[in-house]
Every structure is written in structure tokens, then in C-alpha cells.
Design a protein around this ligand. Structure first.
Ligand code: GCO
Length: 466
């Protein structure tokens, strides 16, 4: 075998509550900001799809766990829906919601599948969103209470926790490109929210460690490596600042305990730096994650040739969540003319993952790293023989696994891989058009059909390599 992985390497896949559960009005679940967004802005989502049914996982979880087991998974990354646990964000705990996840975690553990649980995958309870969402400091307190409820309710079952999923993506899409709720073009709010999220993260880690359980806690970051578009020094500078805004603002506090000086300086100069309180910065400095989750899809190329107005936005015609924004005089993200692209114009560039792993390793040598998402979205239908021949997904995953294998050989502590996604699901603005799963979901019947890639991955997991 050419690529043998270390013993105990986790072979898994990932999902998020809003994207698969459905049953949005059952057993006391409250509305999240995404439920309301889909209802109020149906035109923004492909075929006006909603997460109301999603994959009906809320009712089919037992079968889904059985499928994961049959497919040889040893890990599963999922998220808890905050509005199922505390429906209005701040009030009473919903015991039916707690019971759902306890049953699910028990079944996973019974099947030999270790849950890796994200507390917040964007489904903010609507009453908190209405009161200003993450711009309102009260949301931080509400989140800390929700986190404590989860740690106490599930701490005996869940040993791997992540605070937030992709804080950069949710902030930039929520407040800069205005593609996600709360649909704002407000860079000042973006910086405030980005700051609040990272302080909240640090406080959650401290809370978790203070409870003294035997679990581990980290954060899941969407990292887009940023390369200069050309070899000009101006583009190198554009890439440096784009990386600060896009990646380092989120990674540095989590791994180095501080916000990046160049971004702080940039925001201060533009009068959009939030008040950085001593006590917040002390929390961030004390933050000590036990692992880092890396989500990787594609790289960015920064060009200095940015012509929009200051903190202006270039999102015209963008319905594919590309988060292509620009800042005048600083940077603009551009396409790589030599790149290999998916149907969604996302570049396929496995070496980018290597660069992200290397950064995490450089920041905190030896820190456990999980690749918490990586995968390829495509438009798919069942073939005549009732299967899906997704060789491109096999190729995509294999190429990225080769990179991970090389990183491990070079001393990086990569502990596992969670393919996005276990099943085709509600892909935010793309609704059900963009399919990512090992399991094809027949939207008419909700039947799950393992794709060719699912069987290939089962072999990889069984042999612990390929
Ligand atoms: C998609 C994305 C996925 C998920 C995930 C992000 O298009 O669906 O590529 O990455 O959205 O929820 O954490």
C-alpha cells in the first residue's frame, strides 16, 4: 500500500444540523435565523428550497448511523442545533431536544463512531438574531449558557467539541457580501462580530476547561490560503493583508492568543476597530485549544488592483457563496487562469491544504489537527443502474488525502479526516442543487443511495490507507 495512515487515524464525514435534520418545527425546536431567512427571502435560495425537510435526518438518524457503520466510518462530525436545545436562545432548556442528541450520540458510540460536535454551525436562535445577533453582547452570554448546557448534558458521551464553525465565512457572508443573514453590507459590524466571536470562543474554551471533564475542545476554521495573483510586490502586499482580514483575524487569536497587528492597524486607521477591552484580550491570550479543525475547499488569489470604493463590495451576480469581496486600495480576489475548477468555480488545489496544515503546525507545533471538512459539490442524478459514479469525488478526496499523508510524514499531527459530507444536504444558498454526499439523497423519497465514492472510502478506512 502506498499511503498508509497512522493507527487510530479517524475516517469520517461531516454534516451540520440545519443542513440535514429537517423537523424544524417538531418537539419544541425554535426558529433559527436561517429558517426565517429562507422564509423571508425565498428568491435568494435555489428553487426556493428550505431546510424544513432537509434530509429528514431527525426521523432517520438510526438508519443513517447504521449506514455510517456499514461504510466503515470511525468518526462523524455533526453540529447541535441551538434552537433545539434552547428554543428561544435564552429561556428554558427543551428536554426533547436534549433527548434527541443523547439518543444519537449513544447510537454512534455503540456503532464505534466517535462524535466530533460543533456547538454553533450558524443556526442562531431567531429571537437573538432579532435582538442584534452577534452585534449584541447579550448573544455572547446566551451562547456561553447554551455551551454549558451542552457540556453538562452530553459531556459523558462527547469527547471532541468545537465552539464555532467557520467564523470567518459566516461573518464575511453575513456582514460584507450580504449573502447570508443578517444580509448586511457593514464592514464595521463585520469587524465587531468577528471580534466578539473570537472572544466568545476564548471564553467558551475557558468554561470548558474549567468544568474539568476529560474531553477536548477546539474550533473549526475555514481557511482559504491566499496567494498573490502575480509575482509583483504589490500583489504580495495585497495577499498579506487579505490573509490578515480573511484568515489571521480568526486563527491568530485561537492559536497564538492575539489578534494580528496588521489587521488591528488597518481597522484602526479606518475607524472601524471595536473597543478591545483588556479583559477580552486577557481571555484571548489565555485561550488554549486542544485541537484545531481545518475546513479546506479552495485557495484565493489576491490582486492589488482593487478599484471599488473603500470597504466596497463586489458581489454582483454572486449566488454561489464565493465570498469574493474586495477592499479598495488593498486587495481583490481574482481567478487563477491556470486553475482546475469545479462546476461551482471553486479551484481544485490540494497543495493549498498542505499550506494550511503547515501554518497550524508552525503556530502550535504538535497541536492535533483534524481536517473537519473537505469535499466537492456537484450536480448529480442517479445513473440508469441506480448508482452514482462519482469518480471525480474519489479523485478529489484521494488527492487531498495524499497531501495529508505527506504532512503527517513531515511531522504534522493530523489526526483525522471528515469528508464533507456524509449525505447530500441543504447547501445554504444553493439549496439542494449542490450535492456533496457519500450518500445520494433521492429528494422524492428520501432514500439514501451510497455513491461509488462511499464504497471506495469504506475500503480506505478498512485498510487505513490506499
Ligand atoms: C456548501 C459548503 C459546505 C457547507 C458547510 C460549511 O456549499 O454546502 O461547501 O462547506 O456549507 O456548512 O461549514
Amino acid at each position: 500500500m502506498e499511503f498508509q495512515f497512522p493507527q487510530g487515524f479517524v475516517w469520517g464525514s461531516a454534516t451540520a444540523a440545519l443542513q440535514i435534520e429537517g423537523a424544524t418545527r417538531e418537539d419544541g425546536r425554535g426558529d433559527s435565523q436561517w429558517d426565517v431567512f429562507c422564509r423571508e427571502h425565498p428568491e435568494r435560495i435555489w428553487q426556493q428550497a428550505t431546510p424544513d425537510l432537509a434530509c429528514d435526518h431527525y426521523h432517520r438518524w438510526a438508519g443513517d448511523v447504521a449506514l455510517m457503520k456499514a461504510l466503515g466510518h470511525t468518526g462523524y462530525r455533526l453540529s447541535i442545533a441551538w434552537p433545539r436545545i434552547i428554543p428561544d436562545g435564552t429561556g428554558a432548556v427543551n428536554e426533547a431536544g436534549v433527548a434527541f442528541y443523547r439518543r444519537l450520540f449513544a447510537a454512534l458510540i455503540e456503532a464505534g463512531i466517535e462524535p466530533n460536535v460543533t456547538l454553533y454551525h450558524w443556526d442562531l436562535p431567531q429571537p437573538l438574531a432579532r435582538a442584534g445577533g452577534w452585534e449584541n453582547p447579550a448573544t455572547m452570554d446566551a451562547f456561553l449558557r447554551y455551551a454549558r448546557v451542552c457540556f453538562e448534558a452530553f459531556g459523558d458521551q462527547v469527547k471532541l467539541w468545537a465552539t464555532f464553525n467557520e467564523p470567518s465565512w459566516s461573518t464575511l457572508n453575513g456582514y460584507v457580501t450580504a449573502l447570508h443573514p443578517p444580509l448586511k453590507h457593514d464592514y464595521r459590524a463585520a469587524v465587531q462580530v468577528a471580534y466578539t466571536l473570537m472572544v466568545t470562543h476564548a471564553r467558551t474554551v475557558a468554561l470548558f476547561h474549567g468544568l474539568g471533564g476529560d474531553g477536548k475542545i477546539g474550533i473549526v476554521q475555514n481557511m482559504c490560503p491566499v496567494y498573490p495573483a502575480t509575482d509583483s510586490p504589490r500583489d504580495a502586499e495585497a495577499a498579506r493583508i487579505a490573509d490578515a482580514v480573511y484568515n489571521r483575524w480568526f486563527i491568530d487569536p485561537a492559536l497564538l492568543g492575539r489578534f494580528p497587528e496588521d489587521a488591528v492597524e488597518l481597522y484602526r486607521r479606518n475607524h472601524i476597530l471595536p473597543e478591545m477591552r483588556r479583559e477580552d484580550l486577557d481571555m484571548v491570550a489565555a485561550d488554549s485549544v486542544d485541537f484545531i479543525g481545518v475546513n479546506y475547499y479552495f485557495p484565493h488569489y489576491a490582486s492589488a488592483d482593487a478599484t471599488e470604493t473603500l470597504f466596497g463590495l463586489n458581489t454582483s451576480g454572486n449566488r454561489d457563496e464565493d465570498c469574493h469581496f474586495s477592499i479598495k486600495g488593498l486587495f481583490k480576489f481574482v481567478r487563477n487562469p491556470k486553475g482546475r475548477y469545479t462546476d461551482w468555480a471553486w479551484e481544485i488545489y490540494p497543495p493549498g491544504l498542505r499550506d494550511l496544515l503547515a501554518r497550524a503546525h508552525r503556530y502550535r507545533p504538535g497541536l492535533p489537527i483534524y481536517v473537519t471538512e473537505n469535499g466537492i459539490g456537484a450536480q448529480e442524478t442517479l445513473d440508469a443502474d441506480g448508482t452514482v459514479d462519482d469518480q471525480y469525488r474519489i479523485d478529489f478526496v484521494r488527492e487531498h488525502l495524499e497531501v495529508i499523508h505527506g504532512a503527517i510524514a513531515d511531522g504534522m499531527n493530523v489526526r483525522g479526516y471528515y469528508m464533507w459530507a456524509l449525505m447530500d444536504n441543504f447547501s445554504w444558498l444553493n439549496g439542494y442543487k449542490k450535492r456533496y454526499g457519500f450518500l445520494f439523497i433521492d429528494r422524492e423519497t428520501m432514500r439514501r443511495v451510497p455513491k461509488k465514492s462511499a464504497f471506495w472510502y469504506r475500503e480506505v478506512a478498512r485498510r487505513n490507507g490506499f
